[in-house]
Design a protein around this ligand. Structure first.
Ligand SMILES: [Zn+2]
Length: 553
């Protein structure tokens, strides 16, 4: 098992992820706070007339979690508002107070607690105890008292991983046991049939029987995270192996090239195996956040690099794609093809779909989920063991663990060179690794471990069983997926086909590597040069069509 390194052990410097974290602290957190104040979601905690959806409390908690990881001074005031809303027996929900626990399918009460508990854990880990962490413990104790011997679960998994995380900071075994029971109860079934079927909330079978992730993609990811956490803390290797097998099949057969998950807009769900249409891809930003959390947990539990690689793919190509470069609008869905340019809309987007980023949504899970993810990014970069430090996501940073202090310098993902400078080291041998490259020896201050990661552009082909893109090709470079983007007035992408025999040519524009490929329009003899941009940057230049998969010649 690898030891996670917290925010005191890893500091990001300016670079790809450091800049996004900075944008989060400078813009995104405040943007989310302003919108939720304006829409009355924070006012719900002050007893103002109910506004927003039944799970709006969770959005405030996700932002609190982001603020806690960022050590944002606005945490105190917002936390105080939440603390004041707690009922004497620990219950806290602004929507169902007085009518509690009536609807486990759609009520989201335990789901909201889950996000609240995670916000509390973030506060604990970054700054220690607080009136808010007391409130969180009272909520968790209330949950244990009410649900330990019941048969109920929440329609939206989330509390499972939160309770295990709370167990890790408090050592209170009842939280772990409560999480274990919530995980094991699922599939009993424990919930009523709903319009999308029980698979929608993973209640169609037990987590041990399941062979693949199915149903609502965010729910599936969160449940799997909680299941891994329970498996790791209880030493249940069979349970861990079950999730690993589900992950393998899902990545091979139900995951888009970008790492995005979810093929059906109905139920925001996974499709069947190989059902991966690029234009109808749902690929919700939150599902990507959940996928990164899951892959990271599996990496920690097993040390297998493929989990870090999947987290990297998803971080660069979905999580980083959601926010606009100014941090003031977001993608909720992340399709791999857009046929009709979006129309700019101001205000709250009533629909999750859209070919342009929107400043806010009626269901605004994604922006707040990004806020907490970007704030906690340092925790994903590297892990430690008694042997040394493993760098999974090379990015400019300072990393320390067990007497070994490193400074990472790199232009990754634009450049492949990574220089790991040793700042201080113990007298005993230590292993430093960057991806698959590793060196074990006695290090001295001033030593440099230099590696060269392959970031040459490459053509990739889909599994032939993915009918929707059979015969198509796409371009990747390092961890980045590329796409053709055509703003209004640009060439039509509908009839374009590309020559995958010709290597893409690089062109650096404002520090970003763009690519030119040889292409033609079907039915026309004349060849043309098609410009590709990193997928995560598309849509920043106004309405446009876009495609990742392009028919080969
Ligand atoms: Zn979302």
């Amino acid at each position: 098992m690898l030891t996670p390194l917290g925010l005191d052990a890893v500091r990001l410097s300016p670079g790809f992820w450091g800049d996004l974290r900075e944008l989060n602290q400078e813009v995104i957190i405040g943007h989310c706070l302003d919108w939720m104040e304006k829409l009355g979601w924070i006012g719900n905690f002050r007893g103002e007339p109910a506004r927003g959806r039944e799970f709006a409390d969770s959005e405030v908690y996700k932002l609190l979690e982001g603020m806690a990881w960022a050590r944002d001074p606005r945490f105190d005031e917002l936390a105080e508002t939440v603390v004041a809303a707690q009922e004497p027996d620990g219950y806290l929900n602004t929507r169902w107070s007085g009518d509690r626990y009536r609807d486990f399918e759609w009520g989201h009460e335990l789901y909201c607690y889950g996000h609240m508990i995670q916000a509390g854990v973030a506060r604990w880990r970054t700054s220690g105890e607080h009136a808010f962490t007391d409130t969180v413990r009272r909520v968790a104790d209330h949950v244990c008292q009410r649900f330990m011997d019941s048969a109920e679960v929440c329609g939206h998994p989330e509390i499972e991983m939160a309770l295990v995380e709370l167990y890790r900071v408090t050592g209170a075994e009842r939280y772990l046991e409560m999480a274990r029971r919530f995980v094991e109860r699922r599939g009993g079934p424990a919930l009523a049939e709903v319009e999308f079927g029980r698979a929608y909330f993973q209640d169609d079978m037990s987590v041990r029987e399941a062979e693949v992730f199915r149903g609502h993609a965010v729910r599936a990811m969160y449940l799997a995270c909680g299941t891994v956490d329970v498996a790791v803390e209880t030493g249940d290797t069979e349970l861990l192996a079950a999730v690993e097998a589900q992950w393998e099949r899902t990545i091979a057969r139900r995951t888009h090239l970008t790492g995005g998950m979810g093929s059906r807009h109905s139920g925001e769900s996974f499709g069947d195996d190989f059902e991966l249409p690029p234009d109808r891809a749902y690929s919700e930003t939150c599902a990507a956040v959940g996928s990164v959390m899951l892959s990271h947990r599996l990496l920690l539990a097993t040390g297998r690099r493929r989990y870090a690689e999947q987290a990297e793919r998803t971080l660069y190509n979905v999580v980083a794609a959601s926010p606009a470069s100014d941090g003031r609008s977001f993608f909720y869905t992340n399709p791999l093809q857009v046929r009709v340019p979006g129309q700019a809309a101001e205000g709250v987007n009533p629909r999750a779909e859209g070919a342009l980023r929107a400043p806010w949504f009626a269901v605004s899970c994604c922006p707040n989920n990004l806020a907490r993810t970007f704030a906690s990014l340092p925790a994903y970069v590297a892990t430690g063991t008694s042997e040394g430090i493993q760098i999974h996501h090379p990015t400019p940073s300072e990393i320390s663990h067990d007497g070994l202090e490193l400074r990472v310098e790199t232009g990754y993902p634009w450049e492949g060179g990574v220089a790991v400078h040793v700042v201080s080291a113990p007298a005993e041998p230590r292993r430093i690794s960057v991806g698959e490259h590793a060196d074990l020896r006695v290090w001295a201050p001033g030593d440099v471990f230099a590696v060269d990661l392959d970031v040459r552009p490459r053509w990739v082909r889909p599994d032939p069983r993915v009918d929707a893109v059979r015969g198509c090709v796409a371009v990747e470079r390092g961890p980045l997926v590329y796409c053709a983007e055509s703003p209004e007035g640009g060439p039509s992408l509908e009839l374009v086909h590309v020559d995958a025999e010709v290597p893409p040519q690089e062109d650096v524009v404002d520090g970003v590597v763009e690519l030119d490929v040889q292409a033609a329009t079907l039915g026309e003899a004349e060849e043309l040069t098609l410009r590709l941009v990193p997928y995560h940057r598309w849509g920043n230049r106004g309405p446009a069509t876009m495609r990742v998969w392009m028919p080969g010649m």
